[in-house]
Design a binder for this molecule. Structure first.
Ligand SMILES: Nc1ncnc2c1ncn2[C@@H]1O[C@H](COP(=O)(O)OP(=O)(O)OP(=O)(O)O)[C@@H](O)[C@H]1O
Length: 377
């Protein structure tokens, strides 16, 4: 979808190029992450792709067309751009911000209104509540989502995202990343994503380009291959310690076998029956579920002497979805009292339990698999 051919940019008055003869193929529908230290030329590369700056030499192809000298305005309609500082217009409402490009393209009012609502829904914000707000009336995470919605407004096949989650606290960031991956499953854009955070790169990238000085590509491969076989000491250094732990970002909870032998009972049911069920099992604790099968509380035999199950035992702490990564599940386990993660499906219904041992076995077998296979890119 995007091809960079010997792309070079030397800023005026600079002795060395900021981007030096970079060649890369970025496949359609994938998230390609550019990761590298500050000043290595990531932003320059992005600005070259959408022609915010002109290359000194080299060529850029978009979907087979040589766009190196194309009209930048028409080019930018095919490319959505999201930047770290978001750049929402402060005196425009959320709806007006999202409508910027459709308006430039001359869409009629009804089509624009429908698209704004559709995009707000897509990024998980209620249109009736947020349409008329101004950027300063939003949280940082909400502003970021509007930035993404705005970039997607005219449905460009390509999106450039420059540290879009950079200035956001770690918890919101994690949530936005998950939403972003879910959204990408629906829209299947070709996305070039810049970050200096290797963990973010591993989580989000279908492919990662690890850049050195002047945007030189130190390695361009899938996250699994980079983690299993770093191409140079520079790459190994950049990945840092704990490659095994990082690999847990690559596997979903749904890829491992859950413990489905957990004893459960209805929280609005009979305590005596629950006690019997726990006694008949070899388990130390029982999981109480609501009428829709959603996990509520952990109880042990002592807790079941109480007849009010809504107050018995402890609330379920570590809950993860089957689409969560093993790394997220591990995190949840480490912060919960029970030491196990309770896995739910998209509707919130209980699926099974995940324990440390299962995660450790998965981490080990992944490493062995990638080492043995050395899967080529
Ligand atoms: N307009 C400019 N004029 C001169 N030099 C520039 C200009 N813009 C960037 N540079 C230089 O080009 C190099 C690459 O900058 P760039 O912003 O692309 O890096 P980056 O990898 O995005 O960095 P960061 O992660 O800190 O945002 C840097 O050495 C920077 O100082």
């Amino acid at each position: 979808m995007i091809r960079l051919d010997e792309l070079t940019k030397t800023y005026r008055g600079q002795p060395h190029p900021a981007v030096d003869r970079v060649s890369m193929d970025m496949p359609r529908g994938e998230i390609i992450v550019l990761v590298g230290p500050s000043g290595c030329g990531k932003t320059t590369t992005m600005e070259l792709i959408n022609r915010l700056i002109e290359p000194t030499s080299g060529r850029i192809y978009l979907d087979g067309d040589d766009v190196t000298r194309a009209d930048p305005d028409s080019l930018r309609r095919r490319i959505g751009y999201v930047i770290q500082q978001i750049g929402l217009f402060p005196h425009f409402t959320v709806a007006e911000n999202i409508a910027t490009v459709p308006k430039l393209l001359g869409w009629d009012k009804k089509k624009i209104g429908d698209r704004v609502d559709e995009l707000l829904d897509m990024v998980g914000m209620d249109p009736s509540e947020f349409r008329g707000r101004y950027p300063k009336q939003l949280s940082g995470g909400q502003r970021q989502r509007i930035g993404v919605a705005r970039a997607m407004a005219a449905d460009p096949p390509v999106m450039l995202m420059d540290e879009p989650f950079g200035a956001i606290d770690p918890i919101t960031r994690d949530r936005l990343q998950n939403e972003f991956l879910r959204l990408q499953q629906q829209v299947q854009k070709t996305i070039v994503f810049v970050t200096h955070d290797i963990d973010e790169a591993i989580k989000l990238g279908d492919r990662i380009a690890i850049l050195g000085e002047r945007s030189q590509i130190a390695q361009y491969d899938t996250p699994a291959n980079i983690l299993a076989s770093p191409a140079s000491p520079y790459v190994a250094d950049f990945i840092g310690a704990g490659a095994s732990l990082k690999r847990l970002h690559l596997s979903q909870v749904s890829s491992v076998e859950l413990d489905t032998g957990c004893v459960t009972a209805r929280i609005d049911g009979d305590a005596e029956q629950a006690r019997e069920r726990l006694r008949a099992s070899e388990r130390a604790a029982l999981l109480l579920l609501d009428a829709d099968g959603r996990p509520q509380r952990w109880v042990d035999a002592g807790d079941l002497s109480s007849t009010d199950l809504f107050k018995a035992g402890e609330p379920v702490g570590a809950v993860v979805e089957s689409t969560s990564t093993l790394s997220e599940a591990l995190n949840a386990m480490l912060t919960s009292n029970s030491g196990v993660a309770v896995v739910i499906d998209r509707s919130g219904a209980f699926q099974g339990l995940l324990d440390f041992e299962t995660v450790m076995v998965a981490a080990r077998s992944e490493r062995d698999f990638y080492r043995a296979a050395k899967v080529p890119s």
